[in-house]
Design a protein around this ligand. Structure first.
Ligand code: NAD
Ligand code: USQ
Length: 406
């Protein structure tokens, strides 16, 4: 297949690109490198040293003989260039990772909110409008999030995207209607993924576009089979308070002797998936495309759920790290249960990688190797969901007489 990977320089996009290229597909990356610019804005860097995208693709060719082509395109802004490139390439599939994906970054200030909505919604809509205009039959696979559902359960498992609702009709009878599961995003970032869902629903119904939306949980890990092939193919690994995700953060914190930063009681339950499984799921989704006229295919891309405090306990037992309960900078339920269905990927042959000591230790080892690159003052999460919460977090940080270091 000829595959375009939008956002192929990122944490999930890069290993996916390598995996698909290794399977023999012709892969093109479209990326504006905004994630690298955001590192510069925040004054942080990936824990792992990343080469330029041009150098990464050169090494990939040297190691495997496969070529990956990089196109510098802003999917949200360069509409005509995007359309022309898609017309020229006529891809069989487009995988869409090209969005601002950190909830804390999206809540930092009004400017960050505006940027996240403009970037994410325009990127998604530009791709859809170009596909419809060009009459492309490419399969669009989008990386969405479990967060569109919200995280509370009503004593029932979260289904894969759709819900059958019963509505009372005017004659007193009952009608059944299939609806998108009601969204309940908990951040401006998560809200953009809820908006994406509506755009997909419209273009699938109006233009017959073939779309798969993957509602993914928190990704953990860093290496995949392909990134292990050469030091310079290493994946990005975020640890800072905005972009680092919870389990990876705990593992890095343990490696550098920083207390594990549990927000509140740590009673938040979230869905998780290892990066290797994330890449495998995309391969499986590509092979199971909807037909023109089908509704959007929605998969829950996760393998297990855990409470934040249980993850902290696990990492602490493994490494001896201290656990610190901090005021939560987010507005979210202090405690929640989460039961999620993921039958479709299991039926397609996904054999989930579970949280296991070996893999966790491997990540701690990677973190120890690059510990000298960690700026401890960037570890604490300080982007607050509201002004009031922000003052509590600031008081806590200042109360300790520290900028943001313990
Ligand atoms: P990332 O920030 O590492 O990568 C995103 C990539 O997209 C970056 O290379 C960035 O430069 C590029 N990009 C952003 N806006 C762009 C634009 N307008 N034009 C071109 N390129 C653009 O993020 P990630 O962790 O790889 O996540 C990829 C996708 O998966 C995101 O959409 C995210 O919402 C979703 N997701 C991620 C996780 C996770 O834990 N990392 C979990 C669930 C879902
Ligand atoms: N948390 C802590 N301590 C930390 C960091 C986070 O207790 O140091 C808590 C948060 O308060 C939250 C939970 O851990 O309750 C998860 O936070 P996270 O940063 O790991 O994940 P989140 O902000 O939800 O976002 C990440 C990705 C996003 C993706 C989402 C999937 O950045 O792109 O969409 O996971 S999901 O969470 O399933 O919606």
């Amino acid at each position: 297949m000829k595959i375009v990977v939008l956002g192929g320089d990122g944490f999930v996009g890069w290993p996916t690109t390598l995996h698909l290229s290794n399977l023999g597909h012709e892969v093109h990356i479209f990326d504006n490198l905004s994630r690298r610019w955001i590192d510069t804005e925040l004054g942080v860097q990936s824990l792992t040293p990343m080469d330029s995208i041009q150098e990464r693709t050169r090494i990939w060719h040297e190691v495997t003989g496969h070529r990956v082509q990089f196109h510098l395109i802003d999917v949200a802004k360069d509409y005509e260039i995007l359309k022309a490139r898609l017309e020229q390439l006529q891809p069989d599939a487009i995988i869409h990772f090209a969005e601002q994906r950190a909830a804390p970054y999206s809540m930092k200030s009004d400017r960050h909110k505006v940027y996240t909505v403009n970037n994410n919604v325009s990127a998604t809509h530009n791709v859809l409008a170009a596909m419809a205009e060009l009459g492309l039959t490419s399969h669009l696979v989008h990386l969405g999030t479990m967060g569109v559902y919200g995280y509370s359960t009503v004593g029932a498992a979260i289904p894969e995207g759709y819900l059958t609702a019963r509505i009372e009709t005017m004659d007193g009878g009952e009608a059944e209607q299939e609806i998108l599961y009601p969204t309940r995003p908990g951040s401006v970032y998560h809200m953009t993924k809820s908006l994406d869902q509506i755009l997909f629903q419209f273009y699938a119904q109006n233009d017959g576009l073939r779309i798969t939306d993957l509602h993914q949980g928190v990704v953990w890990g860093t290496h995949t089979q392909e990134t292990r092939l050469h030091d310079q193919l290493i994946n990005r690994f975020d640890y800072d308070g905005d972009y680092g995700t919870v389990l990876n953060r705990f593992l890095i914190q343990a490696a550098v002797g920083h207390p594990l930063t549990v927000h509140g009681t740590g009673g938040q339950t979230r869905a998780f998936i290892h990066i290797q499984d994330s890449v495998r799921c995309i391969e499986l989704a590509l092979a199971d495309a909807p037909k023109p006229g089908d509704r959007v295919k929605i998969f829950n891309q996760m393998t297990e759920t855990h409470k934040v405090r249980d993850l902290a306990g696990l990492v602490s037992r493994l490494t001896g790290a201290e656990i610190r309960n901090l005021p939560n900078p987010r507005k979210e339920a202090a405690e929640n249960d989460l039961v999620v269905r993921n039958d479709q990927f299991l039926a397609l042959g996904l054999d989930p990688i579970r949280l296991q000591d070996g893999l966790l230790s491997e990540i701690v080892e990677v973190a120890r190797k690059y510990a000298h690159r960690v700026d401890r003052s960037r570890i604490r999460a300080v982007s607050a969901w509201t002004r009031e919460i922000g003052s509590t977090v600031v008081r806590d940080v200042e109360g300790k007489g520290l900028k943001s270091v313990f």
